[in-house]
Design a protein around this ligand. Structure first.
Ligand SMILES: [Ca+2]
Length: 460
């Protein structure tokens, strides 16, 4: 039920064009340690970014599909969808479709955060958990690819069928069709998304020391990317008109470029950089990319091409659906830019303000309201999320649990809800999937920004 993933289109200008050099961020685990909370003497209370990061990992645990391990930290989630054509992965949002397109983009954003801000995860004590979450998604991608038949499962479930159901994922009985792309079924956009995530994952697990797994991820990434290069076309073209309303794809150049760049970073092989440049709208070299990066971020700052809510959330007409998500994704991009020397103080300050708005520097419910569920004392109690809205079995769960005003029986810790409208207005009501749903891609940039956020403390 989410709007198309808009921000990722811009990622063509967001990746630093150079191969990874050893522990790019991991080597700096001990530098610039600072107290977790901001030490501002007056104004809003300081934020607990490490706690926010811990909660965000919990959100991904709650979204897991398939056979859950015994150490599952979300007690109200059990095994589900064990008959899917590919078991595992994550449910997309408040619903239960495994949409590959936003999933691939979200995984890439999450893994990008681990590559650039591994030290932030170490600092928060969350590195093992983000490894677990990442591996859950990457294993699913590997299992979705048949290199011999050149077929990639890119979606399990049908949006229209799925959305007629309100209940627990553990109780699903509706058909869950298996959507594959292949030589005669287009989908280089999703394939490139997966290749990018797998290549980024190979860097993360190589740094971890899991060399064999990293190699498997990289081989899969290269295989899927080769398929995408040789079979260009949009996955939306293979869908029925009804299915096209969910995460419609309009261009694969950005995904092809991002995948090429991540494969270049993972391998150091110039052919991937060349292919990334071929896929880009214009021939990009680093100077051009940095210029685009700089102007994109400037456009999100005051005086740029977006509007602001009275209390300071960057807000765009094009990104009204899930406004928090877009601001958080760009906040992460701003923190990466700062690391690369692009207006570091301006970008860090702006990113910190956006994250602080989400965690409480906003006027809702008297102020200090967190749009991340479970953080602080005031947060959404009625997110648009089926599983959290259902009481423990054997109690029934149906449309009445969607429409009741009662708080959800389970707290969906870490979920970032859609967010406010332009006047800072927001209602914590479950049927409002535009402003009060959660999703894999909502948390990805947010979590990556939280991992990098502590670097701001010495500046603010
Ligand atoms: Ca695209």
């Amino acid at each position: 039920m989410m709007a198309p993933m808009l921000v990722f289109v811009l990622t063509v200008v967001l990746l630093r064009i150079e191969p990874i050099r050893g522990l790019e961020s991991g080597a700096s685990d001990t530098r610039r340690r600072a107290p977790e909370a901001s030490s501002t003497p007056a104004g809003p209370p300081p934020k607990r970014y490490n706690e926010a990061l811990r909660l965000s990992n919990l959100f991904y645990y709650a979204q897991r599909s398939g056979k859950l391990p015994a150490n599952n930290p979300v007690p109200w989630r059990k095994d589900s969808a064990l008959l899917d054509c590919v078991v595992g992965g994550f449910y997309d949002a408040g619903d239960h479709v495994k949409f590959g397109f936003p999933f691939g983009a979200a995984m890439t954003m999450l893994l990008w955060g681990v590559v650039r801000f591994r030290d932030g995860y170490v600092y928060a004590g969350q590195l093992d958990d983000v490894y677990t979450i990442s591996k859950w998604g990457l294993d699913y991608m590997v299992n979705s690819w048949d290199p011999f038949r050149e077929e990639l499962v890119i979606q399990v479930g049908d949006g229209d069928i799925d959305h007629q159901f309100w209940g627990r994922p553990e109780d699903m009985t509706m058909p869950r069709p298996c959507l594959k792309i292949g030589v005669n079924r287009d989908g280089s956009d999703v394939a490139a998304d997966y290749a990018a995530a797998l290549a980024a994952g190979s860097i993360v697990f190589r740094e971890k020391g899991d060399v064999q797994y990293a190699r498997e991820l990289l081989l899969t990434a290269e295989s899927i990317y080769d398929f995408a290069v040789n079979n260009r076309g949009l996955y939306s073209n293979t869908l029925s008109a009804a299915q096209q309303q969910y995460y419609r794809s309009t261009n694969d150049k950005d995904e092809m470029c991002v995948a090429g760049v991540w494969l270049f970073k993972a391998t150091g092989d110039d052919k991937y950089l060349y292919q990334a440049e071929l896929a880009a709208v214009r021939g990009h070299r680093e100077a051009h990319v940095r210029g685009g990066y700089r102007s994109f971020l400037k456009g999100w700052q005051p005086g740029g091409f977006v509007q602001y809510t009275p209390c300071g959330l960057a807000w765009s007409e094009q990104t009204y659906w899930g406004s928090n998500r877009h601001a958080a994704n760009v906040a992460f991009a701003a923190l990466v830019a700062a690391e690369d020397g692009i207006a570091p103080e301006v970008n860090r300050k702006w990113a910190a303000e956006q994250i602080n708005y989400i965690l409480g520097d906003n006027p809702h419910d008297g102020g200090c309201f967190s749009y991340e569920i479970g953080y602080g004392n005031k947060y959404p109690l009625r997110p648009h999320h089926r599983a959290a809205s259902c009481p423990d079995p054997p109690a029934t769960c149906d449309q009445r649990n969607l429409n009741t005003d009662n708080p959800s029986p389970h707290i969906l810790y870490g979920g970032l809800v859609g967010g406010p409208i332009l006047n800072d207005g927001y209602n914590d009501t479950r049927p409002d999937y535009v402003h009060n749903e959660v999703a894999l891609d909502y948390n990805s940039g947010f979590q990556s920004a939280l991992a990098g956020r502590w670097r701001c403390n010495t500046l603010l």
